[in-house]
Design a protein around this ligand. Structure first.
Ligand code: PHE
Ligand code: NA
Length: 515
């Protein structure tokens, strides 16, 4: 068998992992979560979750990835199987392989299918900002007219996903690594430019709306708002932002050598993401929006903040074309370097399980994302920016299933692989020695925390009406079928993922399965 591709340099690896983690979550999800969940006080449940959940699961995923890579696997099915086999019979271990494979497959196909569209919108809006296309127009109407123009939507989608396909087709060390080495520094430059702009922005509307006031508003600790619900939001944000429970940290870690450090590198990934999230993400979008729009309109998240509130500001700001372009380019780089990891997961799956070459695999995945993205574009509720299909996928695949996979990360990598083996693996080739008191945190506290998060989220979803045939966020019931298309898709993809994992394990380890 030919030698598996490996990261060429430590710097490249760290930038790739940072690129994987740093995404839209840092720049538009985090500030909103903080603003509505206690401001500065949100940092308490946030950092608790970071240390008790984020870091342990990050380490678990690095260990899994490097372990799978040693046997030629960059996907979760066979990796979970091999680790679970340490304490289970092959016939039972295969179940864990199927669960891991199925969950990671659903995330890398479905989460990315809409994420890539948002990446495409960012490319479009970079162009629209640079040319001033939306200046002087109503931001809501402009967005709706952009989304209604399928030719345009697909053009910018195809530019973005085409470039991703090229990068992934070139390989890990010769493709992804080289691309992130250019994009990540540019991402930081764009972010720092925007932070400087943000923190020096007075308000032409009302002096008390300056961006510094917005910054204070966002970060002012409101302890009474910190509830169980906001603790769930904090833990959910940690999962999303660190790219945990997706299968993609493992995939990147599978291109390590068996003796390469994971302990310090995992921490470096976390630190770079947190800098980009708390410091950069917390200083850009909301403070800028605040200066021109005030507290009511600036405290927004997601599409509303990025594509409606901020364009409204850029069109009125001196050098708004430049700063607008910088903002959307930042989102584009952030999204691109995250989506590339999802893309690579699927190419690795085709390569390892079906022996399809990387170039061909990359073209197949392009076509797959095109098809899976169609419902996002055809969804009639985009005309009101409600996007039922996307919302339903995001609620389940983009939040809930991550936590389920996170729980299985610990079950497989720590319990079934056995805590002592895990601790030893974690320290193999490690640049640091992790203090022993951390071990019970990983073994007991992290899984209990994850179970509480899962139960809490289930209860929350139930109360919010997400389990209903027509979920509570649907205000136009005549389009509720699009919610059901999303649900059908999730079930279909989960089944495919489980079957694929089973066949992949059977193909390679069939003999032991017979026993
Ligand atoms: N960690 C990413 C973020 O913060 C999440 C993500 C990764 C989403 C890969 C999609 C694809 O945005
Ligand atoms: Na992130």
């Amino acid at each position: 068998m030919e030698q598996r591709d490996r990261w060429a340099t430590k710097l490249g690896l760290i930038l790739a992992m940072a690129g994987n983690a740093i995404g839209l979550g840092n720049f538009w999800r985090f500030p909103y979560q903080a603003a509505v969940n206690g401001g500065g006080a949100f940092m308490i449940p946030y950092f608790v979750a970071l240390f008790l959940l984020g870091v342990p699961i990050m380490w678990a995923e690095w260990v899994e990835g490097r372990y799978g890579g040693k046997y030629g696997h960059g996907t979760l099915g066979p990796t979970f199987y091999l680790m679970a086999r340490e304490s289970l019979k092959p016939k039972s271990a295969v179940i864990f392989g199927m669960i891991g494979g199925m969950l990671a497959f659903s995330v890398t196909t479905l989460l990315n299918s809409y994420y890539l569209h948002i990446v495409g919108w960012s490319a479009a809006y970079t162009y629209f900002s640079a040319t001033g296309a939306y200046f002087g127009k109503d931001s809501v109407e402009f967005l709706i007219s952009y989304l209604s123009n399928n030719t345009q939507v697909f053009l910018f989608w195809a530019i973005s996903v085409g470039l991703l396909g090229i990068a992934v087709g070139q390989g890990v060390s010769k493709g992804i690594e080289r691309w992130v080495k250019v994009m990540m520094p540019l991402l930081y430059v764009a972010a720092i430019l925007l932070v400087i702009r943000s923190l020096t922005l007075g308000s032409p509307v009302k002096p008390e709306w300056s961006s510094i006031k917005g910054f204070e508003y966002l970060w002012e600790p409101r302890f009474s708002e910190v509830t169980f619900k906001s603790a769930l939001a904090a833990a959910g944000q940690i999962f999303f932002t660190l790219s945990l429970g997706m299968g993609i940290i493992q995939n990147y870690a599978s291109y390590l050598g068996p003796e390469d450090d994971v302990a310090l590198s995992g921490l470096a990934t976390v630190s770079l993401n947190e800098f980009a999230e708390v410091i950069l993400g917390g200083s850009i979008a909301i403070p800028i929006a605040f200066a021109y729009l005030g507290p009511e309109k600036a405290i927004a998240g997601g599409v509303g903040l990025a594509y409606i509130a901020l364009p409204n500001v850029f069109m009125n700001m001196p050098a708004g074309q430049l700063f607008g372009a910088a903002w959307f380019l930042l989102l584009w780089f952030a999204g691109f370097t995250s989506a590339i990891a999802m893309y690579n997961y699927l190419v690795a799956l085709l390569e390892e399980d079906l022996k399809i070459s990387r170039k061909t695999g990359s073209a197949i995945v392009f076509a797959l994302y095109f098809i899976l993205g169609l419902p996002v574009v055809l969804d009639p509720t985009k005309a009101t920016i409600d996007l039922y299909y996307l919302t339903e996928l995001d609620n389940w695949v983009g939040s809930y299933l991550l936590v389920v996979l996170g729980l299985f990360d610990i079950i497989v990598a720590v319990w079934l692989f056995k805590p002592d083996n895990f601790w030893e693996e974690l320290h193999k080739g490690a640049y640091i020695r992790i203090p022993n008191w951390v071990k019970p945190i990983i073994t007991y506290i992290a899984p209990i925390y994850t179970i509480i998060l899962l139960l809490g989220s289930t209860w929350d979803y139930y109360k919010a009406g997400y389990f209903k045939a027509v979920p509570s966020y649907v205000s136009a019931p005549e389009y509720a079928n699009w919610v059901w298309y999303a649900r059908g898709m999730i079930i279909f993809i989960l089944i495919i993922g489980a079957v694929e994992a089973y066949l992949a394990i059977k193909k390679k380890y069939g003999e032991e399965l017979e026993k």
